[in-house]
Design a protein around this ligand. Structure first.
Ligand code: T6T
Length: 315
């Protein structure tokens, strides 16, 4: 929907749901490969996948790497391809490294559905479903600006370059920050999806630039570590943190005041649509090749209403 792409829209609504099959013609075997295990975002996505699979009458298994790392995800994909499921739903961990293995999976006759992240050339995929990540990054800047209207130094804490989602969030944030002369955009820090590394990086950044006023932490683990580092530096009152994602720990951090805003994606919907597209592709039904889901900006103020509803459930 058009509302979804409005840069800076603090609470873009969900995309209208794409066409969905009512039932699969047979009990297909689906495989979900997460970006990393134990990540609340992918756990919520798995809940959406399993609920939709049960509804349509198909079987789904889930597997993923211990780290958000293509050298660990590729062997998992290769073994899944060897087992020949009907469809694979996957969040590729790197735009380059996962390109050839996914092309090979599609060439082997398996329907590939990209959920969350993508690769350089996703033309092998039957469908790709992702958040409006550029819009979400711009919304993160708007949230920092609202907290600090006078401007100042801002920084992004990311995970790794080559992760499509976070790279797009950085772009949305960076473009919005650079368009506002009151703000100074500092170089992005890459924390490798590790909270302890993010805590160390923000500590060093605050030593170099003690006047940082805002940090956009581009995913769950970046937000967790950034909050720890800022708290340990005793800077919670001057450094505003906006995190991407809204897992139980992030909601707690928001309530405690160590994080000031969250951009919540809709992982359950991404998973649900992923199953719909897989079944449509297998049954020759109506496919939507590209689906963009929305996000909600959560603050302490809307946590008990719309914001709270957008938080990920730990089901
Ligand atoms: O932010 C999500 C996901 O969208 C991103 O691709 C990787 O990190 C998360 O899974 C959160 O940890």
């Amino acid at each position: 929907s058009a509302a979804n792409t409005a840069a800076g829209d603090p609470s873009a609504p969900a995309a209208s749901a794409p066409a969905a099959p009512a039932k699969a013609s047979k009990n297909y075997s689906l495989q979900f490969i997460q970006g990393v295990t134990g990540d609340e975002f992918y756990i919520t996505m798995q809940c959406g996948i399993e609920a939709e699979a049960a509804k349509l009458g198909v079987t789904v298994k889930t597997q993923g790497p211990q780290k958000f790392d293509p050298t660990l995800q590729k062997p998992i994909l290769d073994s899944v391809v060897a087992a020949k499921p009907d469809a694979i739903l996957i969040a590729p961990t790197d735009v380059t490294a996962m390109q050839t293995p996914l092309q090979a999976a599609a060439a082997a006759g398996i329907k590939v559905i990209l959920v969350d992240t993508t690769t350089e050339d996703p033309s092998y995929a039957a469908s790709a479903i992702a958040s409006d990540n550029v819009g979400g990054g711009a919304a993160a800047f708007e949230a920092i600006k609202k907290l600090n209207p006078d401007g100042g130094k801002v920084m992004v804490m990311s995970t790794d370059p080559g992760v499509s989602t976070v790279d797009l969030r950085i772009k949305g944030f960076e473009d919005a920050a650079k368009a506002d002369s009151k703000f100074q955009y500092l170089p992005v820090q890459y924390s490798h999806n590790d909270p302890a590394t993010a805590a160390n990086l923000i500590t060093s950044a605050l030593q170099r630039d003690p006047d940082i006023i805002g940090v956009f932490a581009a995913n769950l683990f970046a937000a967790e570590g950034t909050a720890t580092g800022v708290r340990q530096a005793g800077k919670t009152s001057t450094v505003k943190i906006v995190g991407f994602d809204a897992g139980p720990n992030q909601i707690k951090a928001l309530q405690e005041g160590t994080v000031q805003a969250l951009i919540a994606q809709q992982p359950g919907n991404i998973g649900q649509y992923g199953v719909d597209e897989a079944v449509a592709a297998l049954d020759g039904g109506q496919i939507t090749p590209k689906i963009q889901t929305g996000f909600t900006t959560i603050t302490k103020e809307n946590l008990n209403g719309e914001g709270g509803q957008a938080a990920y459930k730990s089901s």
